[in-house]
Design a protein around this ligand. Structure first.
Ligand code: TYD
Length: 210
């Protein structure tokens, strides 16, 4: 990993990651930076197919199968998109990355934390974000937001259909990550208008932005 800068956005559903990622991409492009924006699961032709399977309520994978599908999509995205973009000196902005698997598959589903961390390390092939923005919103608010958004449909709502207790465990998993990696993972208050949140995001990225 050399040259570029890798920034990831994390948080539970409806926490505003995607909006903030787009605002940051615009901010950087306006300053002449090359930006590559990706999302997980997805971001490659294979990854987008796996995404469909992963989000469809009928798939019903066991937790370990879910993890392997996510790691397959991650390995493909890392090798095909992230590593080349970083080598070319771009800013790579990711809507979720390996931390999502620790929060969702370890803390949320109950898979052993170290097992998920090991598989993450294999799929990421040494790539670690320079900074991770963890957007925090009360679980009940963000979940109801996510369930109501037009992009949530009958064929992709498997995670939105999970219980409040599941999402609370995911949120707790994220807090654990922020304690484990305080230099990399920065908690950002996601409440209030998007412009106000963006100012907090920029403050959390001090030191890695030009
Ligand atoms: P998406 O519609 O992108 O949700 P959001 O907009 O909230 O990011 O769906 C991605 C879903 O996949 C999300 O509910 C979380 C789940 N997920 C995991 O459980 N583990 C992972 O490692 C990743 C990348 C995503």
């Amino acid at each position: 990993m050399s040259g570029g800068c890798f920034i990831t956005f994390e948080g539970i559903e409806g926490s505003g990651k995607t909006t903030q990622l787009k605002l940051l991409a615009t901010h950087l492009r306006e300053r002449g930076q090359r930006v590559v924006a990706v999302r997980e699961p997805g971001g490659t032709p294979l990854g987008e197919k796996l995404r469909e399977v992963l989000l469809h309520p009928e798939s019903d994978p066991v937790p370990l199968a879910e993890l392997f599908l996510l790691e397959a999509a991650r390995a493909q995205l890392t090798a095909q998109v992230i590593v080349p973009a970083l080598a070319a000196g771009a800013f790579v902005l990711a809507d979720r990355y390996a931390d999502s698997s620790l929060a969702y598959q370890a803390a949320g589903r109950g898979l052993p934390w170290e097992q998920v961390a090991t598989l993450n390390a294999v799929a990421c092939a040494g790539v670690v974000p320079h900074r991770t923005v963890l957007l925090e919103l009360p679980v009940a608010i963000s979940l109801s937001r996510a369930r109501r958004r037009p992009s949530t449909t009958a064929t992709n709502r498997r995670f939105e259909d999970e219980t409040l207790a599941f999402h609370a465990r995911v949120a707790e998993g994220y807090q654990h990550l922020a304690r484990q990696f305080p230099d990399r993972v920065r908690i950002v208050d996601g409440t209030g208008p998007a412009e106000a949140v963006q100012q907090r995001v920029l403050a959390a990225l001090r030191g890695v932005l030009p």
